[in-house]
Design a protein. Structure first.
Length: 202
C-alpha cells in the first residue's frame, strides 16, 4: 500500500481549499442564475437553459461551471495522492474527470452538439466517483466508516433520482432541473465535506 502524502503541507492545504471553493463557485453560479433569469422555471426548463444562447444568465452559468471544474482539478489531485488504498486514489482520478466534465458543460452549452454527451458523462462520473471513493473508505476500515457509506449513498441517490425521473416523470414534460440539482448537490456536499475533514482522506 502506498503511504499517503502529508495532508499538512502548504500544497495540500491549497488543494483542500479548492475542494471547498469548487462546489461553492459552481452551485453558487447555478442558483444565482436561477434567481436572475427572467424566464427560467424549475418545472419547465433544464438547468442548462440558463447557459443557452440568448439568455442573460449565459456568462454567469457557463463561466461558473468552468471555474468550478478547474477548481476541482487540484482537489482531485489531493484525493488521488492522499487516499489510503487504490480505490480511494482511483476515486480522486474519477473526481478530477468529473470536474473536467462539469467544466465542459460550460464550454459546450445547451444548443451545441457536444453538450449532451458531456452532461451525461458528468452525471455518470459523479456516481462513479462517490461509489469508488466511498468503497475505498469502507475497505480500509477508517474510524468514521459512515463517511464511506454516505458517499456510496449519495452516489446511489443520484442514480435513483434519474431512474425515477425517466420512469415516472419524463413523459409528463417535467424538466430535468430537479434530478440535475439533486446530483449536483450530492456531489457538492460530499466534496466540501471531504475537503473540510482534517487529515488524510481515508
Amino acid at each position: 500500500m502506498t503511504p499517503p502524502q502529508s495532508p499538512d503541507d502548504g500544497v495540500a492545504r491549497v488543494e483542500r481549499a479548492a475542494g471547498v471553493l469548487a462546489p461553492a463557485v459552481a452551485l453558487g453560479a447555478i442558483f444565482l442564475a436561477t434567481l436572475l433569469s427572467p424566464t427560467f422555471t424549475w418545472t419547465g426548463d433544464p438547468l442548462s437553459f440558463l447557459g443557452s444562447d440568448g439568455q442573460p444568465t449565459r456568462p454567469l452559468f457557463n463561466y461558473g461551471l468552468v471555474a468550478g471544474g478547474l477548481l476541482s482539478l487540484p482537489f482531485g489531485h489531493y484525493l488521488s495522492t492522499t487516499g489510503r488504498d487504490r480505490l480511494q486514489r482511483s476515486g480522486g482520478v474519477l473526481f478530477a474527470l468529473t470536474g473536467l466534465a462539469m467544466g465542459l458543460v460550460g464550454v459546450f452549452p445547451m444548443g451545441t452538439d457536444p453538450h449532451f454527451p458531456v452532461a451525461v458523462a458528468f452525471y455518470l462520473l459523479l456516481s462513479l466517483t462517490l461509489w469508488v471513493h466511498g468503497a475505498g473508505a469502507l475497505r480500509v476500515g477508517e474510524a468514521r466508516r459512515w463517511v464511506g457509506a454516505a458517499a456510496i449513498a449519495l452516489g446511489t441517490l443520484n442514480v435513483v433520482t434519474w431512474a425515477v425521473y425517466v420512469a415516472v416523470f419524463a413523459e409528463t414534460g417535467l424538466s430535468l432541473a430537479i434530478p440535475e440539482t439533486v446530483g449536483a448537490l450530492a456531489l457538492g456536499v460530499w466534496t466540501a465535506g471531504t475537503a473540510l475533514r482534517v487529515g488524510p482522506t481515508g
